[in-house]
Ligand binder design. Sequence first.
Ligand code: NAD
Length: 251
Amino acid sequence: MAKPLALVTGAGIGIGQATAVALGKAGYHVVVTDVLEKEGRATARRISARGSAEFHVLDVTDTKAVNAVVAAVEKRHKRGLSAIVNNAGIAKKLPTAKLTDADWDLTHEVDLKGMMRVVRAAAPGMKKQKQGAVVCLSSIAGYTVGWADHVPYVAAKGGIAGLVKGFAIDLAPFGIRVNGIAPGLIRTAQSLDPVHSVGAKGLQAMVPRVPLGRIGTPDEIADVVLFLISEQARYITGQVLTVDGGMTVAL
Ligand SMILES: NC(=O)c1ccc[n+]([C@@H]2O[C@H](COP(=O)([O-])OP(=O)(O)OC[C@H]3O[C@@H](n4cnc5c(N)ncnc54)[C@H](O)[C@@H]3O)[C@@H](O)[C@H]2O)c1
């Protein structure tokens, strides 16, 4: 039987890479996409060693490119996507005193509108199959708490909770489920960036605030993505699941 198709955005590194690899192991044909060509190709090669994958350069801010990649994949495989992992995201330190419209727009183009573009392009193919699952990466910053000097990121990540609910309702009649994940602190290039995020020292300093006593790994988010797209989650839609080692429930 043909493998179900799963498309992951920003799959060259970090959470996206770990998720793409996990999807490959779980028997999906993985459509690895990223603006990072070298890293994206490496992810696809790694999956192809034991499973199957293909790579496409894809900037989620480019509507034509998103539409073209989804159409090309559907044409090549003669079926729609079964799963979308809307993972691509940027986190920029943007103090309000210096915040420009362009800064705001770029964060929203990638972190929120980019997710809409992929679902919009893939929805007709999924609807025809009467099945599909979408997972969008939000963040505890935006879904639950604020983050100093990151208003555009917090607003976009909070917006993902609305995007998930909106698409969940629109697509439920077609058997398509749409959920989100709000990760806490996960060790990746994004969180290790000392300028735009907390950096290595900052991550270490925050460990005492995490009840489970450690920083999360990309695999720990990938496992939850796999759960949300699986049959085990067949009655879950429109939800955002927090995966933060208990950080946001600690006093
Ligand atoms: N790491 C964390 O602690 C953490 C916490 C909460 C939420 N998240 C979210 O999880 C997701 C993955 O984060 P990560 O930590 O792996 O980040 P990362 O910076 O390690 O990887 C982000 C990926 O997105 C890609 N990307 C950036 N702009 C793009 C664009 N315009 N088009 C397509 N791809 C683009 C990058 O090339 C990269 O592959 C993001 O949405 C992030 O906001 C991460």
